[in-house]
Design a protein around this ligand. Structure first.
Ligand code: M6R
Length: 596
């Protein structure tokens, strides 16, 4: 198993490509941040490599110290599972003048490794990537050119990957291959440098236009009288791919005065809702189907769970919501006249993508609800609904969840029935309100574990709240339907456990409040998140020494999930900060999961 890492590479007339490599790796760091490295040809075209364990900052310092002067190089930031986090396992991997970086997994690497060992190669790392460098080198040894050797090696790999390679004896050639993992190529506006990277974020500030490679493509970037690139498709034919604008701006990839990307992105939630609403012009007609199946992972899955409440109540269509990694490995029965909705911020999550392929093979209609419309899931779906979250850099998904849930609400209720002014106002009242989330977080941070509970549409928000707490604060947190707590989990409750109860003053309020009483009776602590209009119905609960209350402004019941979302995101943010953790780069995680 491996999560996506970040790739950047450059070929230039200039001699300072290390600056571009490092700045791109800084932007790519959200994709993996266990270790990083670059390989480059120095002025004498000798292959050099610098790798460091830890964040890109460490690599940057090492590169500055080495005073790198180079016109061609490749860089990588890694999220490890295949081999520990060590310098030996960090990319690039190098053999006989060939250097490679790689995202994804080479599934047959054990067989290839054995073969290469029998040919006399010795391995220094535990990674699958090292076989790539050695296999290309072994083909070069038989007399092949770098390009032919690269093509032969790629043809031998099974799995999903994006690979970039350079070779010291062919210093004007940069090669890339894409199968399963995203890859893009572009030339700088001044035509002085060309780049291959794993996403548009890496290329922002470097190119205005780019080309996304298709499945099985190999790209050859050359420096002759001018810089150029050629793309060969899976059958080996030279092909053209559509040139698109690089929509990622500097503003998207900088913190803009905020301390972290996550805080910046939470503070964008109201504007993202407005933009998603205004640009929404899809005719999705969910009501014409007998059944809707929603398939996704993580936060995107919780957006699906929330929409089930809305779609069934408003559009009166039956909805199933499934975790993609489970869906794809069971034998799902596909129902006629069903719409299958795949939700993914990145559009690259492999389990969601593979689940979608399974559904397509069965001849069903697929709709992708994505933030990245050039992503694999977007490209392969029958219909696309694009959310307008903008680039989300924080590993914890925040503003995308708002855009996903709002899009699903519009899809079932219709645009004219959704009052964006109210939603925007509701989110802004949390962002600009006088709430002491940092103070509350200080109380939550030492909890042995946490429960998030809610009923109705507050339940999926409880799930999302618990996920955010665990991924950022490393506190074991469970989202539970309020009514289910007494069917087992209540055994965990004692004075060291906090329960965050989401109970706006809706039809479920009384029931959730009575569930909090059961928790208080077992000495548990409660943070009750409710609304102003509930004050008179608390009957002294807010005076209990074990209860903290947050009163959100009253709004239409339908829109409470939006105010609650911003609230739970801010609580997760402050809890992680209170614990002193890096909220943008929580341990063990990466932004998108492109290999299962
Ligand atoms: O890009 P996707 O929406 O497909 O990603 C799904 C999950 O990996 C993602 O939501 C993950 O759970 C986040 N870290 C949650 O904050």
């Amino acid at each position: 198993m491996l999560l996506v890492c970040g790739i950047i590479s450059a070929l230039s007339y200039r001699n300072d490509i290390s600056n571009d490599l490092i700045s791109a790796l800084e932007r790519l760091e959200y994709r993996g941040y266990d270790s990083a490295g670059i390989a480059y040809l120095d002025n004498g075209n000798e292959l050099k490599r610098i790798r460091t364990v830890g964040k890109v900052q460490q690599l940057k310092e090492a590169v500055e110290k080495a005073n790198v002067k180079s016109h061609i190089g490749i860089g990588h930031t890694r999220w490890a599972t295949h081999g520990k986090v060590t310098e030996f396992n960090a990319h690039p991997h190098v053999t006989d003048g060939v250097a490679v970086v790689h995202n994804g997994i080479i599934e047959n690497y054990q067989d290839l490794r054995k073969r290469l060992i029998s040919e006399g190669y010795t391995f220094e790392s535990e990674t699958d990537t090292e076989v790539i460098a050695k296999l290309v080198a072994s083909h070069i040894k038989t007399g092949k050119t770098f390009l032919d050797a690269f093509k032969c090696a790629i043809a031998e790999f099974t799995g999903t990957f994006a690979i970039v390679a350079i070779y010291e004896k062919e210093p004007s050639l940069l090669l890339g291959a894409k199968r399963g993992s995203p890859m893009a190529v572009g030339i700088s506006p001044d035509k002085q440098s060309a780049y291959i990277a794993s996403d548009a974020v890496a290329l922002s500030t470097l190119v205005d236009e780019l080309v996304y490679l298709e499945e099985g493509d190999i790209v050859v970037v050359k420096k002759d009288a001018q810089l150029s690139y050629e793309i060969f498709d899976a059958s080996g034919s030279c092909t053209n791919r559509q040139v698109v604008q690089n929509k990622v701006s500097l503003n998207d990839v900088t913190k803009n005065g905020y301390e972290t990307f996550m805080l910046k992105e939470i503070f964008e939630e109201a504007a993202v809702a407005r933009r998603t609403y205004e640009r929404f012009n899809y005719d999705t007609e969910v009501a014409k189907y007998d059944n809707i199946s929603i398939i996704a992972c993580g936060t995107s899955y919780y957006a699906g769970v929330l929409s089930k409440y809305w779609i069934e109540e408003i559009a009166k269509v039956h909805v199933d919501v499934e975790i993609a990694s489970e869906f794809r490995y069971r034998k799902p029965v596909m129902r006629k006249n069903s719409l299958y909705i795949f939700i993914s911020q990145s559009g690259e999550t492999i389990d969601t993508l593979c689940a979608m392929r399974l559904v397509k093979e069965a001849g069903m209609k697929t709709l992708a609800l994505v933030n990245v419309d050039t992503s694999s899931i977007a490209r392969e779906a029958d219909y696309i609904v694009k959310i307008e979250a903008g680039v989300e850099v924080g590993v914890a998904s925040t503003k995308a969840f708002v855009a996903q849930t709002l899009s699903l609400l519009i899809m079932c209720a219709g645009k004219s029935a959704v009052h964006i002014d109210d939603i925007e106002h509701s989110i802004n009242s949390i962002l600009n309100g006088n709430y002491d989330f940092a103070g509350l977080a200080n109380k939550l941070k030492d909890s042995r574990c946490l429960f998030y509970i809610g009923r109705g549409t507050s339940y999926p928000i409880a799930l999302e709240g618990a996920l955010k707490i665990k991924e950022l604060s490393y506190i074991s947190a469970e989202g539970y339907p309020s009514g289910e707590i007494k069917h087992g989990p209540i055994a965990i409750i004692d004075e060291n456990v906090y329960t965050i109860a989401l109970a706006p003053f809706d039809q479920y309020f009384e029931k959730t409040v009575s569930n909090t009483q059961e928790i208080l009776a077992r000495n548990g602590k409660v943070l009750l998140i409710t609304t102003e209009d509930a004050r008179a119905s608390l009957h002294g609960l807010d005076e209990n020494a074990n209860v903290e209350c947050v009163f959100l402004p009253k709004c239409e019941t339908l829109y409470y999930p939006f105010a609650l979302t911003t609230t739970i995101h801010l609580l997760a943010y402050h809890t992680a900060k209170a614990k002193g953790y890096d909220v943008d780069k929580p341990r063990n995680l990466a932004k998108s999961v492109t290999v299962e």
